[in-house]
Write a protein of this length. Structure first.
Length: 95
């Protein structure tokens, strides 16, 4: 269940033109805004994962920098479907 939540969070920046699903940006979101949103949703997914860990084990284990880099890389891999949708599939369908 957690991986599905993270998959959805990783693809939100690429699937919608609203900034953080709320704010409408005139002219659409730039790539920089999408990357900022991607980082913010990554941090949100870490909070959700920590809450799940707290619920099941009673405490959150301390992590080193390697954990955060590896989870961020995995998060980027999970965002690839939305990236392909935004920059490869949509331009092909608009022709």
């Amino acid at each position: 269940m957690l991986i599905i939540v993270v998959l959805v969070l990783a693809n939100i920046p690429w699937l919608t033109e609203r900034f953080f699903l709320v704010f409408v940006i005139a002219g659409g979101k730039t790539v920089l805004l999408r990357l900022v949103e991607l980082l913010a949703f990554y941090l949100l997914s870490l909070v959700v994962a920590a809450m799940v860990e707290m619920q099941f084990s009673g405490n959150v284990h301390a992590q080193e920098w390697e954990f955060f880099w590896s989870t961020f890389c995995a998060y980027l891999v999970l965002s690839v479907p939305g990236l392909i949708y935004r920059y490869q599939w949509l331009p092909l369908t608009r022709k």
